[in-house]
Design a protein around this ligand. Structure first.
Ligand SMILES: Nc1ncnc2c1ncn2[C@@H]1O[C@H](COP(=O)(O)OP(=O)(O)OP(=O)(O)O)[C@@H](O)[C@H]1O
Length: 282
C-alpha cells in the first residue's frame, strides 16, 4: 500500500514539473522577485511584488537605472529567475512551455528593430502567420496613428521603409516608433509589455496613442514603462520604482495625495511643461 502511495506521489510531482501549454493569460503575479546580473555586486531588483489582471493597465515609472527594463525582461521570460516568483494564472512561469507563453505576450523594447522591408511587413512581422491580413495590419497602424502617413506613401503599405533601397522611405524616429508599436499590437496577445513606447513622440501624440491603445485593447493587460507622468496618469495602477524596489503604488490621484516621490516627479514635470508653454507663447 505504501509503495502504491509513493508511486502516485512521484507521478503527481513529475506531472507538476512537466512544462505545459497555456492558451490564455488571465493573471500575472510577481511575488518577492529579486534579480542580480552575474557581473554586478548587488541585486538590481529586490522584493518586487505586484499583480496584473486581465484588462488592467499598469504604468512603471522611476528614475534611470532603477531596474524597470530588467523587471520587464524577467516578466518576458528573458532572464532566469527563481521559478516560483513569477506566476501566470497562479502557476509558476518556469512550468509553462516558453513557446506557449511567448505567443501570449507581446513585447516592445526600447531598441526595437527597424526592418528594411515594406511597411506592411514591418507591422506584419508581429504575427507572421497573418502577414497578409491587411485589414488587421491597417487596424494596428490606425491605433498608433501611423496609418495616416503610410497611406500617403507612393506604394502605400507596400513601400519599402529605411534607406537601403532606392524608392524606399526613411521614417523619423517617432514614425519608426509608431510602426514598431503597431507591430506589437498586431500580435494577438493577452499581455502587452512596452518599454517607453512613445518616448520619441510629442506629448500630445503620446497621450492620444496611449488613450487609443487602452480603448482598443480593453480586454488585454498592458504593462508600460514611461518617464512621462501624463501618460502614466492614464493607467489603472502606477508602480513607482527606486533602486530596484517598488516604493509607491496606486492611481495617479492616490499618489498625488501622498507627499512621495511620484508627487515630486509630477511637480517637476508640470513646472517643465509650464515653462515650455511660456517660452512658446513669448
Ligand atoms: N545586461 C546587463 N548586465 C549588467 N548590468 C545591467 C544589464 N542591464 C542593466 N544593467 C544594470 O542594471 C541596472 C538597472 O538597469 P535597467 O535598464 O533595468 O534600468 P531602467 O530603470 O530601465 O533604466 P532607464 O530608465 O535608464 O531605461 C543599471 O544599473 C544597469 O547598469
Amino acid at each position: 500500500m505504501e509503495e502504491l502511495r509513493a508511486f502516485f506521489l512521484i507521478t503527481e510531482s513529475d506531472q507538476d514539473k512537466k512544462p505545459y501549454e497555456i492558451d490564455e493569460i488571465k493573471e500575472i503575479s510577481i511575488e518577492n522577485l529579486s534579480f542580480q546580473y552575474k557581473d554586478q555586486l548587488r541585486p538590481v531588483l529586490e522584493d518586487i511584488r505586484f499583480r496584473i489582471r486581465q484588462g488592467q493597465k499598469v504604468a512603471l515609472v522611476g528614475e534611470n537605472g532603477c531596474g524597470k527594463t530588467t523587471l520587464i525582461k524577467c516578466l518576458a521570460g528573458l532572464y532566469e529567475t527563481d521559478s516560483s516568483m513569477i506566476k501566470i494564472n497562479g502557476k509558476p512561469l518556469a512550468n509553462i512551455k516558453s513557446e506557449s507563453y511567448r505567443t501570449r505576450i507581446s513585447v516592445l523594447f526600447q531598441d526595437y528593430i527597424r526592418y528594411n522591408f515594406t511597411a506592411r511587413e514591418n507591422i506584419g512581422f508581429g504575427n507572421v502567420e497573418k502577414l497578409h491580413d491587411f485589414n488587421g495590419i491597417k487596424h494596428a497602424a490606425t491605433c498608433t496613428g501611423i496609418d495616416h502617413y503610410l497611406t500617403k506613401l507612393p506604394y502605400q503599405y507596400e513601400t519599402m521603409l529605411g534607406k537601403f533601397f532606392s524608392g524606399s522611405d526613411e521614417l523619423s524616429g517617432g514614425q519608426w516608433q509608431k510602426v514598431a508599436l503597431s507591430r506589437a499590437l498586431f500580435r494577438n496577445s493577452d499581455l502587452i509589455i512596452l518599454d517607453e513606447p512613445t518616448s520619441a513622440l510629442d506629448p500630445n501624440a503620446e497621450m492620444k496613442i496611449i488613450e487609443d491603445l487602452f480603448q482598443e485593447n480593453n480586454q488585454k493587460a498592458i504593462l508600460f514603462i514611461t518617464h512621462r507622468l501624463g501618460a502614466a496618469s492614464l493607467a489603472d495602477i502606477i508602480l513607482v520604482m527606486k533602486e530596484g524596489r517598488i516604493v509607491e503604488r496606486g492611481t495617479h490621484e492616490e499618489l498625488l495625495l501622498r507627499n512621495g516621490i511620484y508627487k515630486k516627479m509630477y511637480q517637476t514635470q508640470s513646472k517643465w511643461y509650464k515653462q515650455n508653454e511660456e517660452v512658446e507663447t513669448v
